[in-house]
Design a protein around this ligand. Structure first.
Ligand SMILES: NC(=O)c1ccc[n+]([C@@H]2O[C@H](COP(=O)([O-])OP(=O)(O)OC[C@H]3O[C@@H](n4cnc5c(N)ncnc54)[C@H](OP(=O)(O)O)[C@@H]3O)[C@@H](O)[C@H]2O)c1
Length: 243
């Protein structure tokens, strides 16, 4: 139990990679704020993690694009769990239809950009001040090579928002150097989740990457194993394979 006494926040914790990441952090003893819009999913997960690992797990149903809700939930977590050591910006979404940009639904593309970019910006803005003030904290952004977009010219909102999040990570590297706060991108590979199963481009995939690779890397980040790689992109399947 390497993370007993520490507090983490995982967005999009209800299913997919977020759920795996939350479980790996709880298994190390970390108390958690679990966020998603679907309250039922994070409620069940919080009960499971508390029962299995004896950690405090606080579920909250919020949309990460709602600035007031983000600020409220961060304050709530700090009151009930303590100051936050780790933020995992995992929540994301993708366009409903796999079509070229010139055929897209403009509102759907913007919904994707807002979730995937505004969400991490708001969450990080809410949590970084106390991390910098304490001289301790870690921020993990879930990155993507957005291969579907470059392969097929589709999912433009997903591709541009994911690139933008990586640029956001880069933009924090120099300002945070020496503050005790570390920021990293993690690449999960191609993992079978609701998100990838909604994408016809991956219909024929049979060899999926394992979600546990990403969960392990994030837990190791939380333990400080990658502090010397501040600002870098960690390829989870490659690290799990010993690269
Ligand atoms: N799966 C892959 O192969 C892959 C590859 C590269 C990168 N990634 C990245 O890994 C992360 C997780 O992806 P995933 O495949 O696990 O996705 P997923 O299975 O679709 O899960 C996404 C999670 O985000 C939550 N979410 C979506 N919109 C939200 C919002 N506005 N506010 C709060 N929560 C929201 C969802 O819950 P609600 O709908 O209940 O809110 C859900 O819990 C994403 O950042 C994705 O870009 C995934």
């Amino acid at each position: 139990m390497r993370l007993t006494g520490q507090v983490g926040v995982v967005t999009g914790a209800g299913r997919g990679l977020g759920r795996e990441i939350a479980a790996a952090l709880a298994a190390e003893g970390m108390s958690l704020l679990l966020l998603s819009r679907t309250g039922a999913e994070v409620n069940v997960l919080a009960e499971e993690l508390a029962a299995r690992h004896g950690v405090k797990a606080l579920p909250a149903a919020i949309d990460v694009t709602d600035a007031a809700a983000v600020d409220r939930v961060v304050m709530h977590a700090e009151q009930h769990l303590g100051t936050v050591d780790l933020l995992v910006n995992n929540a994301a979404t993708i366009e409903a239809r796999e079509v070229p940009f010139w055929e897209c639904d403009r509102e759907d593309v913007w919904r994707v950009v807002e979730t995937n970019l505004r969400g991490p910006l708001l969450m990080t803005r809410a949590l970084l001040p106390s991390m910098v003030q304490r001289g301790h904290g870690r921020v993990v952004n879930l990155a993507s090579r957005a291969r579907a977009a470059t392969l097929s010219g589709t999912y433009t909102g997903y591709a541009v928002s994911k690139r933008a999040v990586s640029l956001f990570t880069e933009s924090l590297v120099e300002p945070l150097r020496g503050t005790g706060v570390v920021v990293l991108d993690v690449l999960p590979g191609l993992v079978r989740t609701d998100l990838t199963l909604s994408m016809p481009v991956w219909d024929d995939v049979t060899a999926w990457d394992d979600a546990s690779a990403t969960a392990t890397v994030v837990a190791d980040i939380a333990c400080g194993s990658y502090d010397d790689r501040h600002g870098q992109v960690l390829d989870a399947p490659a690290l799990a394979g010993g690269a």
